[in-house]
Design a protein around this ligand. Structure first.
Ligand SMILES: C[S@@+](CC[C@H](N)C(=O)[O-])C[C@H]1O[C@@H](n2cnc3c(N)ncnc32)[C@H](O)[C@@H]1O
Length: 221
């Protein structure tokens, strides 16, 4: 394999599972690059006082920071944020960066996959997951798990790059599952998470897609 291909493959692996010093650097780059889309996802949650919020695949932690800030803005005394990621490197970095929120119980961090969330049934009011579903093989199983932990009527905002724009990027050829948007919407619907709104963040064909979904009021979907 040529050196350039090896570098592209290494970057793809880091995006799917950041590890070590390079993983920490990737996390910081993701934070800068993805902040506008993550902010728009947090806005779409319409956070209420006392809410339990979650970021599934928090990576460098920009979503955790924005969820904590939003919670502080609506209610400084109650509510909490749950962060879930499969990367030990990202978990360790977030534990350091948010040590006071962790110590106060305002933030809980979990090393777990979105397919097996370590939260109780109907315990989460609203969740975001951005740029993570590309690394989840069984999307319906993952969305069923999100459905389990969301309270009836709770929101999930899924953020993803434009599938066509992503398919043109060299880095996504290695280990990324790029799905048509309609397939993602269908997987959400089959899991009982009906899409109520679609938004774009950014300009041009690269603009990020946000799918705002609400958990059905009863049943398992
Ligand atoms: C490309 S980063 C995105 C991080 C952040 N959400 C953002 O938009 O900047 C993908 C993150 O998802 C995590 N991840 C990958 N597969 C996952 C899974 N099955 N469950 C939870 N997290 C996962 C990775 O460890 C990585 O931190």
């Amino acid at each position: 394999m040529a050196m350039r291909d090896r570098a592209t493959s290494a970057l793809a692996r880091q995006l799917g599972h950041p590890r070590g010093p390079l993983g920490r650097l990737v996390g910081r780059i993701l934070n800068r690059r993805n902040a506008p889309a993550v902010q728009a996802a947090v806005d779409a949650l319409e956070v209420r006082p006392g809410a339990v919020l979650a970021d599934l695949g928090f990576g460098g932690g920009v979503g955790l920071a924005l969820l904590l800030r939003r919670l502080d803005g609506v209610d400084r005394s109650s509510g909490s944020v749950q962060g879930v990621d499969v990367s030990e490197t990202m978990l360790a970095a977030a534990s350091r960066r948010f040590r006071s929120a962790v110590a106060s119980g305002r933030l809980r961090l979990h090393l777990a996959p979105v397919q097996a969330l370590p939260m109780a049934d109907a315990s989460v009011d609203a969740a975001i997951t951005l740029n993570t579903i590309y690394f989840v093989p069984d999307l319906q199983a993952a969305f069923r798990e999100v459905h389990r932990v969301l309270r009836p009527g709770g929101r999930l905002v899924v953020g993803l790059g434009d599938p066509q724009a992503m398919a043109r990027m060299a880095v996504t050829r290695d280990g990324f599952l790029i799905r048509p948007l309609d397939d993602v919407v269908a997987a959400l619907g089959s899991a009982g998470l009906g899409v109520t709104e679609r938004r774009r963040v950014g300009s041009g064909e690269d603009a990020v897609h946000l799918l705002v979904a609400a958990r059905d009021q009863a049943g398992t979907g």
